[in-house]
Design a protein around this ligand. Structure first.
Ligand code: GDP
Ligand code: MG
Length: 370
């Protein structure tokens, strides 16, 4: 395979040559700008810098951030990925549980079964919505720190008997900063002391203007306890998703993000992965953070074994070499040698990051709609 100089590669990647030299040094290849590196090393660098590689021919690679974008005619609609945020005790967990219970498929399968940190609900019209079941702020912080882009829509839960609270305002600010659309679920409307209109007015003070007050933020009055208007909330999400025209190419090597991971005594390291592009299949070789492996089996949110998982689908993956971290990128690669190589390199990057403090960007946890 043809070689390329570090400088030339940096030019094609629109990165600083010095940064590439530094990264190469960390990989154990001390080279200067004018020296050449082989194609495999180049590919590794490109991947690590967050670009995507297109092998134009055996001897050339095209590195362009535009190659990271799938061609329009490959794109197909995908379900929205939703995160529920709000103040403690306003009903986030209750709402997630109630929505899961409203899933027609889960109903058929005999109710709530497996819990994998994310689940997908099928609406009566057969459209789907994926919910991230992130437990608390820690998971968010972890995801953000790792630059994971996963959320398309935020559902802001506000208890109608309590109104806006500090964490509500925090959630509003995070969502706005990220440019992610929001739907407000005014919860606990079963309570006699519920004041939904007051919530709308308080939101106005934070420049969240609901439709009733002339804005474009959808709001739905719900009760997670009495299971009131859950269908309306799902409809609102469906509508918002249509406005966003969420699409992904299902016919490519899978890419996604680790939502959560753990070590299971019997089954070894397990990761819940949200697929974001492409389709993951049993037998695929992958890298998940600094862990690599081959998909031994996949289990969906209802505890069923599945053979493949497409865009916006959350699955538990078996067959990892180690436990990755929440927010780690999950990428299918061509073979096991390559998987080990990328994993080993990432391990080096992770070790280095532990000694420096990486800046945390809140915006990164949300998908970009630009
Ligand atoms: P989280 O901290 O936001 O996850 O809130 P939880 O889901 O744990 O709910 C906090 C408390 O509010 C629990 O005691 C719930 O039973 C109660 N709760 C949640 N939703 C409703 C609702 O719609 N109506 C009433 N009356 N209580 C609710
Ligand atoms: Mg909770």
């Amino acid at each position: 395979p043809e070689a390329i100089t570090v400088q030339e590669l940096a030019n094609r990647m629109a990165e600083r040559g010095a940064d590439l030299v530094k990264a190469l040094f960390k990989m154990g290849s001390p080279v200067t700008l004018t020296q050449t590196i082989d194609q495999d090393t180049a590919e590794l660098l490109v991947t690590e810098f967050g670009h995507t590689i297109k092998r134009v021919s055996e001897s050339d690679i095209d590195i362009d951030s535009s190659s990271d974008v799938d061609a329009d005619d490959t794109l197909q609609p995908r379900p929205p990925v939703v995160t529920i945020m709000g103040h403690v005790d306003h009903g986030k967990t209750s709402l997630l549980d109630a929505i899961r219970g409203a899933d027609v498929v889960a109903g058929e399968a005999g109710g709530i079964t497996q819990h994998i940190g994310a689940y997908q609900v099928t609406l009566p019209d057969n459209s789907k919505v994926t919910f991230l079941d992130t437990p608390g702020h820690e998971a968010f912080t972890e995801m953000r720190a790792r630059g994971a882009n996963v959320t398309d829509i935020v559902v802001l839960v506000v208890a109608a008997d309590d109104g806006l609270k500090p964490q509500t305002v925090e959630a509003i600010n995070h969502t706005k900063a990220a440019g992610v659309p929001m739907i407000v679920a005014i919860n606990k409307i079963d309570k006699p002391e519920a004041k939904a209109q007051r919530v709308r007015e308080e939101l106005l003070q934070h420049e969240v203007i609901v439709e009733d007050l002339g804005g474009d933020v959808q709001d739905v009055e719900v009760s997670a306890k009495a299971k009131t208007n859950l269908d309306k909330l799902l409809e609102a999400l469906h509508l918002q998703a249509e406005i966003l025209e969420l699409k992904a190419n299902p016919d490519r090597a899978a890419e996604g993000t680790v939502i959560e991971a753990k070590l299971d005594k019997g089954r070894g390291p397990l990761a819940t992965v949200l697929i974001q592009r492409g389709t993951l299949r049993v037998g695929d070789v992958f890298v998940a953070g600094a862990s690599s492996g081959k998909v031994r089996a996949m289990i969906d949110d209802k505890g069923r074994q599945v053979k493949e998982a497409g865009p916006s689908f959350p699955v538990e993956v078996l067959g990892l070499s180690a436990v990755p971290a929440a927010g780690d990128p999950f990428t299918v690669v061509e073979n096991e040698g390559r998987a080990r190589e990328v994993a080993a390199y990432r391990q080096g990057v992770i070790d280095r990051k532990r000694t420096t403090s990486a800046p945390v960007s809140l915006e990164n946890m949300f998908a970009s709609h630009a």
